[in-house]
Design a protein around this ligand. Sequence first.
Ligand code: MRU
Length: 346
Amino acid sequence: MSFRTIEWRGNMVVMLDQTRLPGVEVYNEYGDFKEVAEAIRGMVIRGAPAIGVAAAMGIALGARDIIADTFESFYQQLINVCDVMAKTRPTAVNLFWAIERMKGIAEANRDKGLDVIRKLLKAEALRIEEEDQAICKAIGRHGATLIEKGATILTHCNAGGLATAGYGTALGVIRAAHEAGKEIKVFADETRPWLQGARLTAWELMREGIPVTLIADNMAGWFMKKGEIDICIVGADRIAANGDTANKIGTYSVAVLARENNVPFYVAAPVSTFDLEITSGDEIPIEERHSREVTHLQGLPVAPEGVAVRNPAFDVTPARYITGIITEKGVVTGDYSRQLRRLVDK
Ligand code: MRU
């Protein structure tokens, strides 16, 4: 990969600033957990798995700076750090998964002394990052088997190396198919309002030399109808026990259009994106972001001042529209209620 989404360097967490792409490629350094939380909230780093990695690293930074004499005092302050992280963005379950993993490390090692616990927390954050890269590669391997030679793949948002510790989920499948010489082409939805498709997916794929064509969101259906799209692959922020999937706003429309036009629609996500504690997508909290994301483009107004705006950042695609879910443990289709549980236990 020609860029690093996030890494721990020296005493700092370093992130590629995704708010500045594609125009400016700049890496920001963070030495404090509150700054990391702000970076997640402000979408310097975004995408479910990447948010999880950033939160874990932020917690490790926070743990490093805690002043305490006893485990109880340390742990109480660690919980406060975790609470700050948990309030950054509500929809991607990987954030809460990573927080629980970090808390678990502290609890399991309560007898080891605070300096050891601090080191273990840093090691765990780095492990989450490393594992994520391996998981994305496995998702790519499984997903590539679904791609025919010469296929045109439509994707929405950015579920790439920029949204993970590297390689990507939906773009991991695309990368793996490309690496396997399948001569694929990609259509990237621009993904209003934040333009993850135009700004990030197009940038990432062009960097890799993977043929990509950018389209406005409202063009996807037309290209499907004309038979120009063979398969849709998107990422996920949270997958409920019945397979209902939250992903970037607009994903639901893509899925419905795919069904209408007999185009297979796949979700690619790690098992850490499953939330089996909720039975359906109705229980997924959907983040509403600032109206300015809709009324402005690159700081310029594109709507009359004072207009009423709604800006949900995600929608939920009902499981019945999803042909299959591609994970690091294999591809599941059909009866998601049973299959997702089986994968978690595998
Ligand atoms: O608001 P974002 O950019 O964090 O939303 C990202 C998405 O919806 C991605 O598709 C999802 O997190 C999967 S990333 C591998």
